[in-house]
Design a protein around this ligand. Structure first.
Ligand SMILES: Cc1cc2nc3c(=O)[nH]c(=O)nc-3n(C[C@H](O)[C@H](O)[C@H](O)COP(=O)(O)OP(=O)(O)OC[C@H]3O[C@@H](n4cnc5c(N)ncnc54)[C@H](O)[C@@H]3O)c2cc1C
Length: 183
């Protein structure tokens, strides 16, 4: 269900982006709250605590990433229960973009589109020798579910050239994600 957003959402997104960037911890958010007239930030910190269930993870709506237990708080990355989508930096980055897009749609009074999210994890087994596993996920039955037939692991009998390309993709992904996250 989508509903109009209030100021609380904007503050939650501010916190979300701060956490996404990983440049600072919540102490910085508390400093921000002193400088800016936004007591909502304090409410959001409390809300983040209230977003975890008894497993310690945060149940979310798979389209908007809004917490199921703390309204107006959107949770991404390792903290959220994302169904089949693994906890990875790749996933967190993809979720950040989908979440930001959903919140922007909500602010504009539109229904957010259901996302299709990709995760790829690379491992460099040796210099110039990469392997990978990939998956595609979409909302289904209140969770993020595998898109059947998409993704998979790099073939066990891949050629040396293929492994070298996988290693290049790994380096290239790392360069991209660190530039996106840290600037
Ligand atoms: C050894 C290892 C290898 C990995 N390799 C890969 C890989 O190759 N590819 C990949 O995609 N992913 C990989 N991952 C997973 C990836 O690191 C995580 O999925 C990703 O960092 C999750 O990002 P996040 O922002 O959700 O959480 P985190 O990176 O855990 O960030 C959460 C931040 O919140 C801070 N924090 C927590 N509690 C508080 C609090 N109360 N107050 C203030 N700050 C707080 C933490 O200090 C931390 O900085 C790897 C993980 C490990 C451990």
């Amino acid at each position: 269900m989508c509903r109009p957003l209030g100021k609380g959402h904007l503050q939650a997104v501010v916190i979300g982006f701060i956490l996404i960037r990983q440049a600072v911890d919540l102490r910085y958010v508390r400093e921000l709250a002193k400088e800016r007239p936004c007591r909502l930030i304090h409410a959001c910190i409390a809300g983040i605590a209230g977003a975890a269930d008894n497993t310690g993870w945060c149940a979310i709506d798979p389209v908007t990433f809004e917490s199921r237990s703390a309204p107006n708080i959107h949770v991404i990355g390792d903290a959220c229960l994302a169904g089949a989508m693994p906890k990875s930096a790749f996933s967190a980055n993809a979720q950040a973009k989908a979440c930001a897009s959903a919140v922007a749609a909500l602010i504009a009074g539109r229904s957010p589109d259901a996302p299709k999210l990709i995760n790829t994890c690379y491992s460099l087994a040796a210099p110039g020798y990469g392997i990978s596993v990939a998956g595609v996920y979409q909302p289904k039955n209140g969770l993020l579910a595998d898109v059947e037939g998409a993704g998979g692991v790099s073939p066990a009998d891949a050629s040396r050239d293929f492994r070298a390309r996988e290693a290049d993709y790994a380096q290239s992904w790392f360069a991209t994600v660190t530039a996106e996250v840290f600037g």
